[in-house]
Design a protein around this ligand. Structure first.
Ligand code: PEP
Ligand code: MN
Length: 622
């Protein structure tokens, strides 16, 4: 049962309700969900819905229809984010968990951990207690394996995940690892579920070989009822009649679960397919279907692996897969962050709590807001400001540590103002993020699409949705400064004849209705954002350098600079010219190159560049 409390309820009143329910023997959980003030009653309750509804301070009572309560979306509508050290499973950033099926030796685990970390994994997984079909197969190194995992964490900074096969291992798990896994064969081992329910460790709960989604969620409920809410559901293939793969990966479980539960989902394509060459295609599909994380078996010498060698990827294959995922993830609104762990560490080391902020233009729900969450996760608070100049000023003054500025859109081109501001201010680009721009038509909850008489949006959004809008020639178009302000205007006006073009995130934040999704003409609509700060990021090796330079006004001057890049085989990925302030017809060039100009071996390149340019400034290294 869910008790929705009145908005203005006093703490005293709330305590009275809670005490009364507890004395009636009800198990209660309080949740603050999307601003709703809720008490959930799980288990048995002697009071009827009517009796509960009569209680002073209670606005409404809703029964939870599903048999699982704590795990259900009805109980908690916001997605659960499970925190493992600095890693968050369930947010905008995809999490990759990788490692061998079993920890075989110190060397083996350490080698694989270093490799998977290099390629983008943020958690390391290896079994120390192996549930094997045959009692004669390798059973795992047991405590010795756990110790190796703890060493891996210490040496690499990767959080470690391992399977618990018996409640008797709980103390050792608490001592050595960050996440415990319940294997497929133990999904309905209720004593084990109760045991991890009491442990203060996140749990990866694998789906049983022949379990329904309902049974799986009931198992999650066991863990949550015990007091542990950090449950990650892992689909690892179910047993079907199909012999070509070890199991059948049920990817449709992802959208089903997303509707039924708030818990994050990890997909394990390794055990699902059992065959190396099938792992990457299914991993890519899982991301496209909305998985929050992937768990992949990787081995440096799979032919000699003591378990699951045939399904383990070679490290290089895993690296290629990660690169594909990096490209696929933004299509579905997620990000794979190759700099995840270092970034979190830097942020943790920021001394002032107040500076853990990033300025963005517009309001909450703006695409820039989404870019900030995609880049930093929740670790940095996005702060809305009014103009691009405000972003530069707040970063310059130290009011916010970072700024998020859009630089170019794949359809409408560069945002020139920001290139000019990069010239004007002495700030540095420390990162970049590209997000997909997917526009929705958004209106008040009680608006019917046929009632729309006007649509609010900024001019670029109108031009990106031109074909869609051409269908409705009678609807008036009202330009505003940003998509997020368009959504706010419609909300505040209370006008049921108005709609806004904006992100689905804005619709959610302002509690509005999405009349239509993906109304942009071209689905390949991406915006690239730069992250700015006062200082360069402290990294050994950068993949990209951004520079601004000017050349003399003489024939072939720009060509001379380009020639340097060409001769040194340096890939130029962006070149933009901007007028120099106060010098008509003279230009500054802004370039991004795929090289680290600070590198020792590129000192000659820098020297040549200095000779051929008048002004030369490195403004980004990331
Ligand atoms: C494993 O993760 O190595 C394993 C044994 O998986 P499952 O429980 O999914 O078979
Ligand atoms: Mn395995």
């Amino acid at each position: 049962m869910i008790l929705k409390l009145e908005n203005k309820i006093t703490q005293n009143r709330k305590d009275k309700i809670k005490n009364m329910l507890s004395s009636e023997g009800c198990i209660i959980r309080e949740i603050l969900d999307e601003g709703r003030n809720i008490i959930g009653i799980i288990g048995n309750c002697n009071k009827s819905v009517e009796e509960l509804r009569q209680l002073k301070g209670v606005a409404d009572v809703m029964p939870i229809k599903s048999s699982y309560k704590l795990a259900s979306r009805e109980f908690k509508s916001e997605d659960t984010k499970v925190k493992i050290g600095n890693v968050v499973v369930g947010g905008d950033r995809l999490v990759i968990i990788a490692g061998p099926c079993a920890v075989e030796s110190h060397d083996q685990a350490m080698t694989i951990a270093r490799q998977v970390k290099k390629y983008g994994a943020v958690l390391f997984r290896g079994g120390a207690y192996k549930p094997r079909s045959s009692p004669y197969s390798f059973q795992g190194l047991e405590e010795e394996g756990l110790k190796i995992l703890a060493d891996v964490r210490k040496a690499t900074g990767l959080g470690v995940v391992t399977e618990i096969t018996s409640p008797s291992q709980a103390d050792l798990m608490m001592k050595y690892v960050d996440v415990v896994q319940i294997g497929a064969r133990n999904m309905q081992n209720f004593e084990l579920l109760k045991c991890v329910g009491k442990m203060k460790k996140p749990v990866v709960l694998k789906r049983g070989l022949a379990s329904t989604i309902q049974e799986w969620l009931m198992s999650a409920e066991y863990i949550m009822a015990g007091g542990n809410n950090d449950v990650i559901l892992c689909e690892r293939g179910i047993r079907t009649f199909e012999p070509y793969t070890r199991n059948t990966l049920d990817l449709s479980a992802i959208p089903v679960l997303k509707k039924l539960t708030h818990l994050p989902i990890v997909i394990d394509p390794s055990h699902a397919t059992g065959i190396r060459e099938k792992v990457s295609p299914m991993a890519r599909a899982a991301v496209a279907a909305g998985a929050d994380a992937l768990m992949i078996e990787v081995h440096n010498n799979p032919d000699q692996a003591l378990s699951d060698g045939p399904q383990s990827l070679y490290p290089e294959q895993f690296g290629q897969l990660a690169r594909d995922i990096y490209v696929i993830a933004p299509v579905v609104g997620k990000q794979l962050d190759f700099d995840y762990l270092r970034k979190s560490e830097t942020i943790n080391n920021l001394d002032e709590k107040s500076s853990k902020k990033a300025a963005f233009i517009g309001e909450y729900g703006a695409y820039s807001h989404k870019a900030s969450l995609g880049y930093f996760g929740d670790e940095i608070k996005p702060v809305p400001v009014q103009s691009f100049k405000d972003i530069f000023n707040t970063v310059q003054s130290g009011t916010t540590q970072y700024g998020v500025i859009p630089l170019e859109n794949s359809l409408s081109g560069s945002i020139h103002e920001n290139y000019d501001l990069l010239q004007e201010y002495d700030l540095k680009i420390i990162g970049e993020i590209t997000i997909r721009i997917k526009h929705a038509l958004i209106a008040l909850k009680n608006t019917d699409k046929s009632a729309i008489k006007k649509i609010l949006a900024p001019p670029p959004a109108f031009s990106q949705c031109k074909n869609y809008l051409d269908q409705y020639p009678d609807i008036k178009i009202v330009p505003v400064t940003a998509t997020s302000s368009a959504v706010r205007h419609v909300k505040e006006s209370g006008d049921i004849n108005a709609a806004a073009i904006g992100s689905t995130m804005a619709a959610k934040i302002f509690n509005m209705k999405i009349l239509e999704e993906s109304i942009e003409d071209n689905p390949r609509n991406y915006t690239r954002f730069a992250i700015i700060a006062k200082e360069f990021k402290d990294i050994e090796q950068a993949g990209k350098t951004s520079l601004v330079f000017s050349t003399g006004n003489k024939p072939g001057a720009l060509f001379e600079v380009m020639k340097i890049f060409s001769e040194h085989q340096i890939n130029l990925v962006k070149l933009e010219s901007r007028p120099m302030p106060g010098k008509p017809w003279e230009y500054m060039f802004y370039a991004d190159i795929e090289a680290d100009l600070q590198k020792e071996s590129l000192v000659p390149v820098m020297k040549e560049l200095k000779e051929k340019t008048e002004i030369l400034k490195i403004i980004g290294r990331y």
